[in-house]
Design a protein around this ligand. Structure first.
Ligand SMILES: Cc1cc2nc3c(=O)[nH]c(=O)nc-3n(C[C@H](O)[C@H](O)[C@H](O)COP(=O)(O)OP(=O)(O)OC[C@H]3O[C@@H](n4cnc5c(N)ncnc54)[C@H](O)[C@@H]3O)c2cc1C
Length: 374
């Protein structure tokens, strides 16, 4: 049951945004900057954002050597270069907007571990450096001379450094997005689960935490629900992809390296945070099972990450896991985000895959420009 006041003031906006992850909040902030007088209302189903933005590993990355080589098997050089540029520019734009302190950004480099199966990637390192040179103006990838200080097992035959990558803290990034949204006057309602939209009339039917049925209306609707867009816009053909992260208890000894590390075409990643060991990924050993919107832990993947840690990455260090969590990404036929109008008043900004930390802010800007032109 609604009151007259609720109905009159609280359910309407000029722009209604569904989803308060990186993309939804960036869309809101950019749109409000262009149209300070317009009312922006963001609807989020969770009490906290409940997708990928606050549940990733905090990698400020744009592609490891083997990931780029893998992309080159099904994309043109121009497309791969475009993807890398987009991610790198995206990372620079958030560093400029929020500052390195605002993101807890560490300019610590990216590293990829090669074993005997992936070692032949080194033969293509010069070629990939040449491909990226027009944009970076110097070599991106170089071979680490001395592996001993890292303490990896003998399975690791080479480590490739990417000097342009780093690490950040997704929680701090979100905190500063909230602050910015608040400063410009964006309203965010949490616990609002949108069940259905009418893109032509700008209506969004939702259920709130006490089970009330609410109908929100906007002059325009922006759908920023990434992996969870299947119900609202089925035609996009998006698929969810779950990612698992394990975090250890604080370690007795200092981990002797820093940076964002990758193994196996970027599918496994690890770093240290507060002298804890964080490892994530492994979706590639159970692709179909991980095509899920449920925040569950797949025991097979947990076991795989645990074994890799003990046998190869930290063989000398006893590890006890303290936390585990999953986040859900949105994938499709290509790695390019979809930013497009889907009906008279409605547009979507989705399919961020495993790169929304890097490009989410920029995608939101492009979405806001699109909404402003509609
Ligand atoms: C484990 C993991 C590791 C990652 N690693 C990296 C990385 O190294 N580099 C990188 O750049 N990116 C990485 N990513 C990807 C990145 O986190 C995502 O691409 C990005 O967060 C997507 O942002 P988004 O705003 O599009 O989606 P989300 O963050 O998923 O936000 C969508 C929001 O919509 C809300 N929502 C959904 N449906 C509804 C509804 N019906 N009603 C109301 N609200 C709704 C959800 O609750 C959610 O908060 C990783 C992701 C994961 C999970």
């Amino acid at each position: 049951m609604l009151s007259y006041w609720e109905k009159k003031h609280l359910l309407n906006a000029d722009l209604l945004i569904i989803g308060a992850g990186f993309v939804g909040l960036s869309t809101a902030i950019h749109f409000k900057r262009i149209h300070p007088k317009k009312e922006i209302l963001v609807l989020e189903r969770g009490g906290l954002p409940t997708g990928a933005s606050t549940r990733n590993a905090g990698f400020a990355c744009f592609g490891s050597l083997t990931e780029i080589l893998d992309d080159l098997t099904n994309m043109s050089e121009a497309e791969v270069l475009d993807l890398v540029q987009r991610r790198f520019k995206g990372l620079n734009s958030i560093r400029k907007e929020f500052g390195d302190v605002g993101l807890n950004y560490l300019d610590s480099g990216g590293f990829e571990l090669l074993n005997s199966e992936s070692l032949d990637a080194l033969e293509s390192m010069d070629k990939v450096n040449e491909m990226l040179k027009p944009f970076f103006e110097e070599n991106v990838f170089s071979l680490e001379e001395d592996l001993y200080p890292y303490g990896f097992s003998k399975d690791i035959k080479a480590v490739v450094r990417n000097k342009f990558e780093g690490e950040l803290d997704p929680g701090k990034y979100m905190l500063n997005l909230w602050k910015k949204a608040n400063e410009v006057g964006v309203r965010i309602l949490t616990g609002i689960n949108v069940q259905e939209i009418d893109g032509e009339s700008g209506l969004a039917q939702a259920i709130d935490p006490v089970g009330r049925y609410l109908v929100f209306s906007g002059e325009q609707l922006a759908i920023c629900t990434n992996a969870f867009s299947k119900t609202l816009v089925p035609s996009l053909g998006l698929k969810p992809g779950r990612g698992l992260i394990l975090l250890s208890k604080p370690l007795k000894n200092q981990i002797p390296w820093e940076g964002s590390f990758h193994v196996g075409k970027g599918y496994v990643y690890f770093r240290k945070i507060d002298n804890r060991f964080l490892i994530g990924g492994g979706r590639n050993i159970a692709f179909e099972e991980e095509e899920s919107e449920e925040f569950l832990v797949n025991a097979k993947i947990k076991d795989y990450l645990n074994t890799l840690t003990e046998s190869t990455l930290l063989p000398e260090t006893p590890i006890e896991w303290e936390m585990e969590w999953t986040g859900i990404m949105g994938f499709g036929q290509t790695k390019k985000p979809i930013i497009q109008k889907v009906s008279k008043r409605t547009a979507v900004a989705v399919r961020l895959g495993g790169m929304g930390v890097a490009v989410g802010w920029q995608v939101g800007k492009e979405m806001s420009d699109l909404m402003a032109q509609m």
